[in-house]
Design a protein around this ligand. Structure first.
Ligand code: C5P
Length: 231
């Protein structure tokens, strides 16, 4: 894999105009962008097509979960857009539908096992009789058996999930902070080099690039750190 493709910049921005300005500023330094709820519901899906036409890769972080037929139809539409990654919640019915519907396209499905904002008490309140690590491991194994293409996980979980995931599955990790960067609301963070060493394939980085005085220099520094860790 090209080192530059391992960095995914989260376009957590309120408008297409703001996203366009950032993408222009980052230029050739960044090849892969993540679009989540905020931008997707503010014109971001047509902006995704613009990015794809400009030879960028797009990760649509829409965390789908619905009846199988509805998930399948949604995934077919996302595949037509030309996106590279799409997230779904790691429920077996949802994962089966998504994996079947992406066949024949270049779209890859990533499963979100347990949201990182959840603790054991949140799971109990939602009716689960599992701890967070137990449910993460259970759902990762189900994702592997169903043929899901990858998992979104914290860098801390990456080493453990590497041993559960199949060899071809990609691990995509947010919560990345270069040494000295602001943590923001992230609690479990790792540097780019440590995350790569822990087994992450792609790093999702938002604020350390979006809020940097020189976003392009911040992105280049992270790409260099990834390159150093993969040598
Ligand atoms: O700004 P920051 O680098 O913290 O952004 C991280 C990105 O990764 C955000 O788009 C956030 O929604 C996403 N994410 C996360 N933690 C997860 C899953 C996704 O921070 N567990």
């Amino acid at each position: 894999m090209n080192v530059r493709d391992r960095l995914i910049v989260a376009l957590d921005l309120p408008s297409v105009a703001a996203a366009e300005a950032l993408v222009t500023r980052l230029g050739d330094s960044v090849s892969f962008y993540k679009i989540g709820y905020q931008l997707a519901f503010a014109g971001g899906l047509s902006f995704a097509e613009t990015l794809i036409r400009a030879d960028k890769r797009v990760f649509l972080d829409l965390k789908l979960h619905d009846i199988g037929n509805t998930v399948a139809k949604g995934v077919e539409s996302v595949a037509k857009l030309g996106a590279t990654f799409l997230t779904v919640h790691a429920y077996p019915q949802t994962m089966h539908a998504a994996v079947d519907a992406r066949k024949g396209s270049s779209l890859r499905i990533l499963a979100v096992t347990v949201l990182t904002s959840y603790d054991d008490a949140d799971l109990a309140a939602a009716g689960y009789d599992f701890t967070v690590p137990e449910l993460v491991a259970e759902r990762a194994a189900q994702a592997r058996d169903i043929g899901v293409d990858g998992l979104v996980c914290s860098a801390e979980e990456a080493a453990r999930l590497r041993s559960i995931a199949s060899a071809g599955m990609v691990l995509v990790t947010p919560g990345i902070r270069p040494a000295g960067a602001e943590k923001g609301d992230q609690t479990r963070i790792m540097t780019p080099a440590a995350a790569i060493s822990a087994g992450a394939d792609h790093l999702v980085v938002g604020r350390p690039i979006l809020e940097a005085p020189d976003p392009k220099a911040a992105a280049e520094a992270i790409v260099a750190e990834i390159a150093g860790a993969t040598r």
